[in-house]
Design a protein around this ligand. Structure first.
Ligand SMILES: [Zn+2]
Length: 456
């Protein structure tokens, strides 16, 4: 078998559809790394995609990205390529975003950016006394004490944690839920420390949620450096005041699209293995890592399988989801339609942690199942992506998990992701070509293993 496969690889003929031996799979895993590094297209596709600009949900540029993805997938001659309509919200930050700290007669303009779904301020802005807290629990303990005031959430990103996503998960609570909690207690505005381990002048945006029962208030993210400056103003005799002036606005929802490509399976065409990433980005940059990288990797996984002439037994779907940043809306709609169409998704892999050096995959399952997948680690050792651990799949594939799909998250190295995340720094010059291509290779290997061995 090994010799046959090696011969087929050399002659470039199609691989047979029957199960591969462990040896031939290992050969395939090594071949994929060489092919990806020598002639991968993820990086050139990313440069191409980013020419469109930021792909903020509900904008003309997001629509251009959808059309770009359709054209790109068709150019690679995947079996099927189609768009799936999704109703998406529209929110824009407007031109003016100002926050000025005031202590007595001294003023200090801070580097801020509005959080997604922030309310605009009345003309002239809002100005009031600032109350600093470091957690939602601390705000709860103050309660109505923040009424008619502005809440400053200054909880820090825990730099001591090795996994930056764990630090983000902890700190992001104050961005996601903090402004709504502040509004609940009567605050008129909120300012939130940016979630990153670096100390720079870039504010990081992101979505904040206001449940229907809670009035949205103006809220901004402040750069790490200016969060420290604002914090340093406390402790004196004079109160710290803040003026926030925002022109953000919400418009009526519009129809956008998820973009889907498929390589149809030979033996089990109705059983789907999905690789997905979100196509939308924030508006402060082109979203090179978040999530242009994942988007082009999804396309590249299918293209790599085509290039090595791998014939999948199950159908392999690449899905680019819309509106993840605005609430995982494309993922919810995809799962809803999958249920409606009675589709069977046996597994889903999401890439939404940047285009960095692949380290492995997180497996959203119990320990016993995780241990079974760990026997696959040998197929990733040559690219250093053999860390197969229990963990989270991803926002966009999450709703599929509710219908019984086995979920996996692609895990690249996490140390630099939050240096750029949701900031003006998320640009192509911070993406390394080899790292990006190897990420797609890792996912292609994972897809082949799922196709050959099935879910465990
Ligand atoms: Zn993302």
């Amino acid at each position: 078998m090994k010799r046959i496969v090696a011969g087929l690889l050399l002659t470039g003929l199609a691989l047979p559809a029957f199960s591969q031996t462990a040896d031939s799979l290992m050969t395939l895993a090594h071949k994929l790394a060489r092919v990806g590094l020598e002639s991968g297209r993820a990086y050139s596709d990313l440069k191409d995609l980013l020419k469109i600009g930021p792909r903020m949900t509900g904008t003309a540029r997001a629509d251009s990205a959808v059309e770009w993805a359709v054209r790109k997938m068709r150019s690679y001659e995947f079996d099927y390529v189609w768009k799936q309509p999704v109703e998406v919200p529209r929110w824009s930050r407007g031109r003016k975003e100002v926050a000025v700290a005031k202590v007595h007669w001294k003023t200090d303009t801070l580097s801020v950016t509005a959080l997604g779904y922030s309310e605009r301020t009345p003309g002239g802005g809002v100005e009031d006394t600032v109350v600093m807290v470091r957690s939602l629990a601390e705000l709860d303990s103050i309660g109505r004490g923040v009424e008619s005031k502005i809440v400053f959430f200054n909880g820090e990103f825990d730099k001591g944690l090795i996994n930056t996503f764990q630090a983000y998960g902890q700190a992001a609570q104050q961005r996601g839920r903090g402004p709504a909690l502040a509004s609940y207690y009567g605050a008129v505005g909120a300012i939130v420390r940016s979630m990153t381990a670096v100390s720079d002048d870039n504010p990081r945006t992101g979505m904040t949620q206001f449940p229907d029962s809670i009035a949205p208030i103006p809220c901004v993210a402040v750069s790490p450096v200016d969060a420290d400056r604002l914090a340093s103003k406390f402790g004196g005799e004079k109160p710290v005041r803040l003026m926030i002036d925002l022109r953000s606005k919400k418009d009526d929802p519009v129809i956008s699209n998820n973009v889907i490509a498929e390589l149809t399976g030979t033996d089990f065409p109705t059983e789907i293995i999905l690789v997905g990433a979100h196509l939308d980005s924030w508006d402060l940059s082109v979203g090179a890592h978040d999530n242009g990288a994942g988007s082009v990797q999804v396309i590249e996984v299918l293209r790599l399988l085509r290039q090595i002439e791998y014939k999948p037994k199950h159908s392999i779907r690449g899905v680019l989801f819309m509106a993840e940043e605005m609430g995982g809306i494309g993922g919810i709609e995809y799962a809803r339609m999958a249920t409606w169409n009675n589709e069977k998704h046996i597994a889903a892999i999401e890439s939404d942690r940047g285009g960095f050096t692949p380290r492995g995959f997180s497996i959203q399952a119990d320990e016993a199942k995780v241990q079974k997948y760990q026997s696959w680690a040998k197929y990733f050792e040559h690219i250093g992506a053999d860390k197969l651990v229990k963990g989270y799949g991803g926002v966009d594939i999450g709703p599929l998990g509710d219908t019984g799909t086995q979920l996996f998250g692609f895990l690249p190295d996490s140390h630099r992701y939050f240096d750029y995340h949701h900031s003006a720094m998320d640009t192509i010059d911070n993406v390394n070509e080899r790292e990006l291509e190897l990420g797609a290779v890792a996912m292609a290997i994972f897809v082949i293993l799922l196709d050959q061995y099935g879910v465990q």
